[in-house]
Design a binder for this molecule. Structure first.
Ligand code: UDP
Length: 459
């Protein structure tokens, strides 16, 4: 094994994450996994939302020195335009950084065991970097940090746009049970920019990628994975759930400091009595919806732990959390706990948690699935609508909060999922899904490692 590891370390994998929490986390989990299997790993990264190298002494980190325009970094930016601008701004610096790695090795010669670049793994949303790596002659794998179902939707996007669907509740042929309303969307975002972005993402995979790595597992998405394999004729490695497979501690990959005090608070609560509420790292709600969420939680009578992070309310302060409604803190006394950032994986694993009110980001969805926690879903944008539909209509482990966020509707939905019969049935199914997740095998990871180790090195 030692000899095999040493041989593999000569194969270096260069990773490049999209610099947002939901993308950095699975990329660093993959980095830990690849390193634990004997490969050498370099992470190229932007200065914007940079990972902390001190938390990963086993990995090499190289900044790409990008110059990002304001529309990428400013809070509340149009997401589609932000992603397009980010791709444009990172293309040349990424290409230069990767080319330097190739040259560096060439200059040092083969005797110094720094590991020669065998391939790149680039976040699939970074289409410009996928293309750039391929142009340098480096085999490139696109990492999908979303579900296989979402990726299928992206591949189908040109066909869907041309079909001109108008009925929101119509099922989309070949993507059932997704309805038109569940397709990737970003409210308020420029529709042409979004379509352009998705077309470039799909185009880069088709023309430049040598394979696709997806943070999912056969136990929940076997049909979707099979269809992607048929459609792309590329190797597709379903290596998830990455947080279970990599065993990387959660605090290694978080970009914000969590408030661990909420775990002690959970310790004082009976099993399955607390609702955990979080809309992830990017989603925002309007001021009115925020107030309705608050009063709905208060009115439900259910204990809750709520992540109210800076920037959660659209148009509010970016550096400080939004103020809670007047009289809310007195109303909830010690029945509700508010934090600005939670140690989410530990929270979901805590016996006191009964359900998760989530925006259905893919990481949150997988983390909930892996802990057997049923969900109340409130998808906000992008792939969250796809994930929410699978949670409610394929796996049956969650229900919608409601079409509008209104305190009475919220209180009713919270009670249903926490203490109702429907909630109990969802919990049972969630438990079965948890078993499936923990039985997910490393077969796909083994094939990925074999695939990378068999590649000729680029320098
Ligand atoms: N997260 C966390 N603490 C919080 C909220 C979120 O650690 O208070 C983590 C969560 O565990 C997940 C990630 O942030 O791994 C959010 O990713 P996801 O794909 O769910 O949503 P996004 O933030 O990309 O919308």
């Amino acid at each position: 094994m030692a000899g095999q590891e040493q041989r593999r370390r000569r194969h270096r994998v260069v990773l490049f994450p999209l610099p947002f929490q939901g993308h950095v986390t699975p990329m660093l989990q993959l980095a830990a996994l690849l390193h634990s299997r004997g490969l050498a790993v370099t992470v190229l990264h932007t200065a914007f939302n940079a990972p902390d190298p001190a938390r990963h002494p086993e990995l090499a980190f190289v900044p790409i020195h990008e110059a990002l325009p304001d529309e990428v970094t400013c809070p509340g930016a149009d997401i589609a335009r932000q992603l397009l601008a980010l791709n444009t701004a990172c293309e040349a610096p990424f290409r230069d950084a990767l080319a330097s790695l190739l040259l560096l090795r060439g200059r040092r010669g083969q005797d110094q065991d720094q590991g020669s670049v065998a391939c790149a793994v680039v976040d699939g949303q970074c289409y410009a970097a996928v293309d750039a790596a391929a142009q340098l002659g480096v085999p490139v794998l696109a990492l999908r940090t979303d579900s296989a179902a979402t990726f299928r939707t992206m591949l189908a996007f040109p066909r869907l746009r041309d079909a001109g669907y108008e009925m929101l509740d119509e099922l989309v042929p070949d993507l059932e049970p997704l309805r038109v309303r569940d397709l990737i969307r970003v409210d308020g975002s420029d529709a042409d920019a979004l379509c352009g972005f998705i077309a470039r993402v799909a185009g880069a995979v088709r023309s430049s990628a040598s394979g696709v790595v997806v943070n999912t597992f056969e136990g929940i998405e076997a049909p979707e994975l099979a269809k992607i394999r048929r459609e792309l004729s590329l190797p597709v490695f379903a290596v998830g759930p990455l947080h279970l497979m990599s065993r990387a501690p959660a605090e290694q990959t978080t970009l914000r400091a969590p408030d661990g005090g909420c775990l002690a608070w959970l310790d004082t609560r009976p099993p399955r009595s607390v609702l955990y509420v979080s809309l992830g790292s990017v989603a925002t709600v309007g001021h009115a919806a925020f107030e309705e969420m608050a009063w709905g939680l208060a009115g439900s009578g259910v204990p809750f732990l709520w992540v109210v992070r800076p920037g959660l309310v659209a148009g509010g302060e970016e550096e400080a959390p939004p103020p809670l409604p007047d009289g809310f803190s007195e109303e909830i006394k010690n029945r509700g706990k508010i934090v600005t950032w939670a140690p989410q994986r530990e929270v979901l694993a805590h016996a006191a948690i009964g359900a998760f009110w989530t925006h259905c980001g893919w990481n949150s969805t997988l983390e909930s699935v892996c802990e057997g926690v049923p969900m109340l879903v409130q998808p906000c944008f992008a792939d969250q609508t796809v994930n929410a539909r699978y949670v409610t209509h394929v796996w049956g482990v969650g229900m919608e909060v409601g079409e509008v966020i209104e305190r009475g509707i919220v209180a009713e939905a919270v009670a249903k999922v926490m203490v109702g019969e429907e909630g109990a049935r969802m919990r049972e199914r969630a438990h079965r899904l948890k078993m499936e997740a923990s039985a997910a095998t490393s077969l796909s990871i083994d094939s990925l490692i074999h695939y990378i180790s068999s590649l000729p090195t680029a320098n």
